[in-house]
Design a protein around this ligand. Structure first.
Ligand code: NAD
Ligand code: MG
Length: 388
């Protein structure tokens, strides 16, 4: 039996992962599940899957978790150290699906024990790509992409020579405000931003899709995952979200990955890799779809895309600063303290102010150095927002 853990089990990616594991439960031995506030779901899944350990991120909820697991023999724990311990528990395959930079440390632990890390938590690659890759190499562990675009690129590159790759195109639906007039964007509310035309995802990534911060993170994630020059990475607005990514080769061929917007494809691909197995996703009827459309992204509407380019140019710890500033700006947008378009203003200002910081671009990357930059960027974002 394969030993598996799911970090962020109660979220959208976590629940899709559990759906796949439950369909073939005889093949998996579930080690650890983690969540945050949804104790009922966490305990229910831990019982159903006979997990060894369940962890909540919130120490105040430890008693609730213990009560919910009473009599099951499943260990309960809480807090950030317990999350790291969940990642360190012996497993062959670990799903990293915590949202935000909080997913970094537990994922690194999973790599240190040599597990295959299925990485939905793109923030790990954005904040600390060099560290994630070095840790994987050092412990002969693997990082497998779960973000749909990166899974698509990964699949498009199987059997190919990287030297022949000329372009990598990741698609973007354009999110909730794709067709809104520009002048309306400043007044967009969190509730309006938290709807997505095609994908059913967690609230934070859904708002990040409307602002394109999600795509900005993914451009940086593409660079880190596939180690390509930033200049060959393109973003293409594709409202139907059926083509997830395309890889272009030096003979002019473009290989596109086409599939329904269902994360169980990318999760299942990472779960079964290097095999391809039957998955419970819809089979597309292209004739019924009749047309797929594309357009170039507008960097005035979506300044996050320009900022991603600047971050890749600067390198080093600027990804950690970018992500942390974005997380704080998003917190404040959700709390209705700043407007939708102000999120990018905050992030840009944090990048400017911290660019003079020694060590931003040239210090050696460790977990501590990344967490320190993350902390500085959050503080800086809070100061900027307080003055707005
Ligand atoms: P979600 O909000 O639905 O779930 C997040 C999970 O993380 C939950 O289990 C939650 O309890 C846990 N969590 C939240 N804050 C935490 C903290 N501070 N410490 C520890 N755990 C915490 O999010 P999601 O949509 O499932 O996304 C998870 C990750 O996968 C994100 O990095 C996202 O960008 C990425 N991703 C998601 C999708 C998708 O379709 N949902 C697609 C591609 C990538
Ligand atoms: Mg994606």
């Amino acid at each position: 039996m394969r030993k598996v853990s799911i970090l962020g089990a109660t979220g959208s990616i976590g629940q899709n992962t559990i759906d796949l594991i439950k369909r073939a439960s005889g093949e998996y031995d579930v080690v650890a599940l983690t969540g945050a506030r949804n104790i009922k779901q966490l305990a229910e899944d831990a019982r159903d899957l006979h997990a060894d350990l369940a962890v909540t991120a919130d120490p105040l909820l430890l008693d609730d978790l213990r009560d919910a697991l009473a009599g099951s023999g499943i260990d309960a724990a809480a807090g950030s150290e317990a999350l790291v311990e969940a990642g360190a528990r012996d497993a062959d395959w670990v799903m990293s699906a915590i949202v935000g930079a909080a997913g970094l440390a537990p994922g690194l632990e999973a790599l240190k024990q040599g597990a295959s890390l299925a990485l939905a938590n793109k923030e790990s690659m954005v904040c600390a790509g060099a560290l994630v890759k070095a840790t994987a190499t050092q412990h002969q562990a693997r990082v497998l992409p779960v973000d749909s675009e990166h899974s698509a690129v990964f699949q498009g590159l199987i059997g190919e020579d990287m030297k022949a790759v000329e372009r990598i195109i990741i698609t973007a639906s354009g999110g909730a405000f794709r067709d809104w007039p520009m002048e309306k964007l400043a007044g967009a509310t969190p509730a309006q931003a938290a709807t997505h035309p095609n994908w059913d995802m967690g609230k934070r990534i859904t708002i990040d899709s409307a602002s394109m911060f999600n795509k900005a993170l993914e451009v940086i994630e593409t660079r880190e995952f596939f180690e390509v020059d930033p200049s060959i990475i393109e973003v293409l607005v594709h409202p139907q979200s059926m083509i997830h990514a395309l890889v272009g080769f030096n003979d002019g061929a473009l290989m596109a990955h086409v599939g329904p917007p269902d994360m169980r494809h990318a999760i299942g691909f990472a779960l079964h890799w290097p095999e391809r197995r039957k998955l419970p996703v819809e089979r597309l009827d292209l004739a019924a779809l009749s047309q797929l459309t594309f357009r170039a992204p507008d960097e005035i509407r979506w300044p996050a895309l320009r900022l991603a380019r600047e971050v890749m140019e600067a390198g080093g710890h600027s990804g950690a600063v970018f992500n942390a500033a974005k997380e704080r700006a998003l917190d404040h947008f959700i709390a209705q303290k700043i407007g939708f378009m102000q999120m990018a203003e905050v992030v840009e200002e944090v990048l400017t102010r911290l660019s003079a910081q020694s060590g931003l671009t040239n210090a050696e990357m460790t977990l501590d150095s990344v967490l320190e930059m993350d902390h500085l960027a959050r503080k800086c974002a809070d100061e900027i927002i307080a003055g707005m």
